[in-house]
Ligand binder design. Sequence first.
Ligand code: C2E
Ligand code: MG
Ligand code: MG
Length: 540
Amino acid sequence: MASAKWGSFGSSLKLDRGSFLAYFMGGIVPLIALGAVADRYALSPFAEAAKDDFAIGLIVLVGSICLLSLGSFLMLRRLVQQTIRQSHLLAYYDSLTGLPNRKLFTDRLEQSLHQARRSDRLVAMCFLDLDGFKLVNDTLGHSAGDRMLREVSERVMNCTRLSDSIARASSEESSVAVSRLGGDEFTFVLNGIARSDDAGIVADRVLNAIRKPFVLEGREVTASASIGIAVFPHDGEDAETLLRNADRAMYWAKGRGRNNYQFYAESMNTAAKRKIELEGRLRRALDDDDLTLHYQPMRNAEGTTVTSAEALLRWEDPDLGPISPAEFIPVAEETGLIVRVGEWVLRTACAQAQAWQEAGYRPIRMSVNLSGRQIRRTTLVESVDRVLRESNLSPAHLELEITESTIMQDDDVTLEAFRELDEMGVGLALDDFGTGYSSLSYLRRFPISRVKIDRSFVNGVPDNKDDTILVAAVIAMARSLGLAVVAEGVETREQADFLRDSGCDELQGYLFSPAVPAEDFARFLEKEKPGHEPDPTGTP
Ligand code: C2E
Ligand code: MG
Ligand code: MG
């Protein structure tokens, strides 16, 4: 097994033997010789007596001049060589980590593929991207970020040396080449392996190495990475295709909760094409004002009064038909479009809530879903504030729903944004509660006033024993923490009765109504206007 060894900038600047000889010959030797001549014929008090040795002096002088010229020539040659070497390093190596850059990586990958074609071996192209690296740069500064990248490169180098078992199963020419493509993107290519599974073993080792804490600015920082793997020849015959497919697999890994690796699969291609198509169409829908909001009521536990309207996005593409938010919201998040979408939702929902109040309906809460990406935008608080002012809606009538995965990011930016919103008087609800891994400490740290039990648990109530125990426990726990509880996805009367008896504060689900257009929602409010008899069954 030949492990790849890359040069680095540090070593190129050392005074090697050649340079030393050049400087010695070019500078020091002639100087000593000239010094000796000067001493003998000019400075010496016996200069007169030395006239006899004139011939020897001349020879030394001429010799020194020759040596000086030769030395200068050698020195000049050395300088030119070093400059060429330096520009070569700049062109082919990354100056931060000393790893090969994208250009050299591509050249070497092409070479590896050429060899693999002849030897019938596999080449695994692994694409690594750090999870949430931007946050390190944003919170600890760029020099901490640089240090982290250097350490990541060392860790990747250390654990990509092929283990003996892989090397034995593979060929003598097996090797690993690590490169940095830019930013927080690294690649490691396993050349000449016998089984694609070997790439999974190495990727796992890399993930473990990156999970070990980094010490930056005196703080322990934990990190993780997502890795996509594309294997030659199945997943691509050329460097460009392999890189693209490994990149795609890496995004897949990010989508599956980060901190994992994924092998490329053809289905990712289909999914990626659909995503690209959705992105284009969603952009157009935004420009053409083709998105709409529907509103789903939340009711008190008895089901007699509407407590809130949850704004839910609806999009019907002229060619593709209705597209579920569960499909297009992740696309909007990945592409950054969610920021525009989110602002539009917030503006429309707040304006609607105010319009209902102005139409004389009893004020209710307007619940708006927020995606993680929106929250990490530094302008979130500002834009909520602006929208509230523009719409004239009181902050007390707005509640933002965030999911557990968002709160799990647990970074200072998110916490600070939540605190500011809380101070403004805007409510915060934890959506889809129970689907993530949020610990109770998050509920205390973050200014949350309400949890919404995910419908997957409500679904099994009251027949499924486990779900029933869990839902009852969540309600009791939330209440003891002083939080209000909403149950989502209530579809049957039995569920509603059980939830009410267990102490749930509010219910939401098809039993009462799906999300409906604003005009239809107004009818629920109309029924609650003084003079209307409330429905004794609790069903509108
Ligand atoms: P969510 O916030 O948990 O919204 C509840 C989802 O459950 C909605 O799906 C709603 O239609 C559905 N639902 C409500 N009651 C029932 C029921 O009784 N049975 C069943 N089977 N389903 C019920 P929808 O509208 O498809 O939205 C899905 C998700 O998309 C939402 O989950 C939310 O996370 C996201 N989403 C929707 N609108 C927005 C938005 O404006 N911004 C963001 N960031 N996310 C949104
Ligand atoms: Mg929600
Ligand atoms: Mg939910």
